[in-house]
Design a protein around this ligand. Structure first.
Ligand code: PAF
Length: 304
């Protein structure tokens, strides 16, 4: 069944109020559209999360909104893929109840907001270093979506790992009363992480782009055997040998993205994050690693 589509706050409230009043839990998957199998897996996680709350389940809402506030000058706001009819099909197959697809004016009446959410120091590292203001834009729109939909559970992809950590942090620090869940990254058969921006890649770039996930996998094996420095060296060796990949950063951190201590205990859980340009397209990826203990580790890549 096709989901109901709400274009305005009032339509959204009409669709949800009776179900919320009946005690049903609401799940939200915020997206910018151009939906693919990765988004569908977020919907599955969200559906399961509300079903776990009781026999009646609850409505699953997907928002589709290309948020201008999170795009910097010269980024791809205008050409970001907009595929609404196909998105509705993905939502229908995933059993979504409500698609909230507001206009920019509906989300930002009277222009962009004067009060925004500041991401704190975590907003200035990794993606934030290359994309100043990006996470303030993301957190502000997500806070607005939380206010409009009032979900009990919201699901985001681990592919945008820094975004996920920041949103979970915002929900906790600002007591927003929503449980934030992260869903595993979905990948093509060759390892490339699914992303709406993969459509920008031509066939040669598509082949080059697989170096990111190959680098992460190589790091996973080296890190488990020989620790963090070996993980970084292994990933860098793959990226250095790759054609057409212009590395932005390759960094190893603890799962909450705080810096990895120089001396880690055996079996330390960490995250390796990478960003690179392939042609004109900026791609990101990351992987959880379990690190062997080493002395004198260099937790952040000194060159980047
Ligand atoms: O990950 C995205 O698609 C966006 O950053 C989000 C979370 C929907 C906010 O616009």
């Amino acid at each position: 069944m096709r989901p109901a589509v709400a274009r305005t706050r009032a339509e959204l409230a009409d669709l949800l109020s009776a179900r919320r009043a009946a005690g049903e839990r609401v799940a939200l998957v915020p997206t910018m559209g151009a939906l693919h199998a990765g988004h569908a897996s977020l919907m599955t996680v969200a559906r399961e999360a509300v079903a776990a709350g009781g026999p009646a389940g609850g409505p699953l809402v997907v928002s589709i909104f290309v948020n201008p506030l999170q795009f910097g000058p010269g980024e791809d706001l205008d050409r970001y893929p907009r595929t609404f009819d196909a998105d509705l099909e993905v939502c229908a197959r995933a059993g979504v109840d409500v698609v909230f697809a507001p206009s920019v004016d509906e989300v930002y009446p009277g222009g962009l907001p004067q009060v925004t959410v500041h991401p704190g120091p975590l907003g200035d590292v990794l993606e934030g270093r290359t994309r100043p203001g990006h996470f303030a834009g993301v957190l502000t729109v997500v806070a607005k979506l939380f206010g409009l939909v009032r979900p009990d559970v919201a699901v985001f992809g681990q592919k945008d790992y820094q975004q996920l950590v920041l949103i979970a942090r915002m929900a906790a620090d600002l007591c927003l009363g929503v449980e934030v869940l992260g869903a595993e990254t979905r990948r093509e058969d060759d390892g490339l992480a699914l992303s709406s921006r993969n459509v920008y890649l031509d066939p040669a770039q598509r082949r080059d782009a697989v170096a990111l996930s190959r680098a992460l996998r190589a790091a996973g094996e080296a890190g488990a055997a020989r620790g963090g420095p070996a993980a970084l060296d292994a990933a860098r060796a793959v990226l250095d040998a790759a054609d057409g990949v212009d590395l932005d950063y390759l960094e190893l951190a603890l799962p909450d993205l705080s810096p990895l201590p120089a001396d880690v205990a055996a079996d330390t859980e960490a995250r390796l994050l990478v960003a690179a340009r392939v042609g004109a397209t900026r791609l990101i990826d990351n992987l959880p690693l379990t690190l062997a203990a080493v002395d004198g580790a260099h937790p952040r890549d000194p060159d980047h």
